[in-house]
Design a binder for this molecule. Structure first.
Ligand code: SF4
Ligand code: SF4
Ligand code: SF4
Length: 272
């Protein structure tokens, strides 16, 4: 029974957020939204415990498609980083600001970069590509993420400065075009660097929030040194090049862990 504590805990966290947002904002949508996401994440973890090999992908598709198609294309909500800046500047605490607060700013204090492993609609597509584990050493170009982060901020700030009209429409088109660009760049980089997650490692502006917050994450993969035989299998299968045998928070690429559990599944000694 103990093994089901994690999905139950995650469901509890999301239900707490769902009920709090519903009551605080007097909008039942938040009850549905966060309950749906919580159930999908918990289902993914539950299926993983049941040894279903595509467990994480189930959660990723359930949440990613819901956010991209229902919230984005049908609901006209820009859940990209531009949408976050937009709602922040307008002082409206809903949609993208709540999404960012829960999934990408405060949530990572509990579940690290679980968003990247189980929910992101960009990675949902990139994870279908052939390079599930990197075939080349990591490049030292992670600084690009600060440029994309700054560009997204300046883009929205300029819209406000020039007093653009019909901002909601602009945000919708920014969401549409932004996603197409992300997918194209993500796919090109994946093939160029033989690494499905190259976009996540070097370009994605959201990591500017995700990385520092996930440093303090409550949920982490830890290594039992008494069982580990230093076979290196865990590092070989890790899509994010994390040195998971080092238990310190400063471990190499520690803030890149997406909690995919590939290392845990592949450890021959059950040390993780
Ligand atoms: S790093 Fe960015 S693109 Fe990659 S999974 Fe996380 S949020 Fe999505
Ligand atoms: S393989 Fe392990 S260390 Fe690497 S991202 Fe997945 S869970 Fe994290
Ligand atoms: S796969 Fe397991 S035994 Fe091998 S190095 Fe990693 S933690 Fe140690």
């Amino acid at each position: 029974m103990k093994k089901y504590c994690l999905p139950a805990f995650l469901l509890l966290v999301f239900e707490t957020v769902a009920i709090s947002c519903w009551l605080a904002l007097d909008n039942i949508f938040y009850l549905f939204n966060f309950s749906y996401i919580g159930c999908s994440v918990a289902l993914g973890v539950f299926l993983y415990i049941k040894n279903y090999k595509n467990a994480r992908r189930v959660a990723q598709l359930l949440i990613g498609l819901y956010m991209l198609i229902y919230l984005g294309f049908i609901g006209n909500e820009n859940m990209q980083i531009e949408g976050f800046w937009y709602y922040l500047f307008t002082g409206v605490f809903e949609a993208a600001t709540i999404h960012y607060a829960v999934a990408k700013i405060f949530g990572p204090l509990i579940f690290g970069r679980g968003w990247c492993g189980y929910a992101c609609w960009t990675a949902m597509v990139l994870d279908f590509l052939p390079y599930k584990t990197p075939q080349q050493p990591r490049k030292k170009i992670g600084w690009i993420r600060y440029i994309t982060f700054t560009v997204s901020f300046i883009f929205v700030a300029l819209l406000f400065l020039v007093g653009a009209t019909n901002m909601e429409r602009i945000m919708f088109w920014a969401f549409l075009i932004g996603n197409i660009v992300y997918y194209l760049v993500g796919i090109i980089l994946a093939y160029a660097f033989k690494d499905n997650r190259a976009f996540c490692k070097y370009i994605c502006p959201v990591t500017v929030f995700l990385k520092p917050m996930s440093y303090f994450s409550l949920l982490r993969i830890k290594c039992d040194k008494t069982k580990c035989i230093d076979c290196g299998r865990c590092k070989k299968v890790c899509p994010m090049d994390v040195d998971v045998t080092d238990n310190s928070r400063k471990r190499k690429n520690g803030t890149e862990c997406i909690l995919c559990f590939e290392c845990v599944k592949n450890c021959p000694k059950g040390a993780l």
